[in-house]
Ligand binder design. Sequence first.
Ligand code: UT7
Length: 331
Amino acid sequence: MKKNKATITAIGKYTPEKILNNFDLEKMVDTTDKWIRTRTGIFERHIAAEGEATSDMAIAAFKDMQKRFGTNPEEIDVIVVATITPDMFFPSTAALIQDGIGATNAWGFDLSAACSGFIYAMVVATQLVESGRYKKVLVVGSDTMSTITDYTNRDTCVLFGDAASVVLVEPSENEEYGVIDYLVKMDGKGKDLLYMAAGGSRNPATHETVDKKMHYIYQEGKPVFKFAVSKMAEISTELLKRNSLKGSDVGLFVPHQANKRIIDACVNRLKLEDSQVMINIDKYANTTAATIPLGIVDGYDEGRLKKGDLLLISAFGGGFTWGSMLIRWSL
Ligand code: UT7
């Protein structure tokens, strides 16, 4: 089978209507707008409505894609969903999205790589398309972080938000455009620093796990911060270097949005200018698998991502997992 180059041919996003800003949080926990803004860069985050789940947001993001690009759901071959907040353990969120959008000819699955989920899913989609076997792969980054956030814990409740964003990966009509290269890594030793303890087979849900708040995100912020900066900068540098590219060649850098200080430190190490970097953490906070596709859509809408630009995406998250991808933008 002929090897195709894979590229992004359509994009869409969805953010819930409800907004929770730093002043609202000041009334809920012992925090201040100033602390949140200076330590994280976040001002507000979107929060899903009661009963609104990860698949609902993804379906809404697909509808946005359909409105913009006229995507026909029946032509989709595969749906890959990056999420750590699936609607339920099974069926997969991919199955729920397939039904919701009417992608009657698609198969698909969920993929769990926390904040690196979108990059992992893009690697899978790229392989599926490059193999020549599949023509249209819908990649979804969707997380309802508010459902696993303890709004009495100031260490974590200021950091997260809810959103979904989707991209369509297809064979590139022009060899110049599309996914150039990627690197993805994992180090399971990070398992003790960022996790949700209960609800799985290790600690099934009991009254005790609920009482002990084990169904919420646990994070040791400081060490995670250090790993995030060094790993995202390291892997992006390695990826650029092995493709004989420099920081100055990058049109837009869309990093995972966990903390503006992490992004600034990476940008510094990669020797990028502010004009090359997408930062929207102030509006959405950390939406886990959705941060990068949201950044791509916003960059595109703001005219900062134009046809032919070199797009660099990079993420770090729970596991630990991390990765970077280089794409010659084709929209
Ligand atoms: O996306 C997945 C990967 N996740 C990340 O990349 C997140 C990485 N970590 C971080 O972004 C940062 O470590 C945090 C934003 C989570 C925390 O920032 P920090 O600068 O590392 O703060 P800290 O945890 O060292 O806390 C500094 C102080 C502490 O007070 P003391 O002990 O110095 O008196 C905290 O109790 O800030 C306090 N603090 C807060 N104060 C007001 C922690 N959270 C808050 C808060 N409001 N929300």
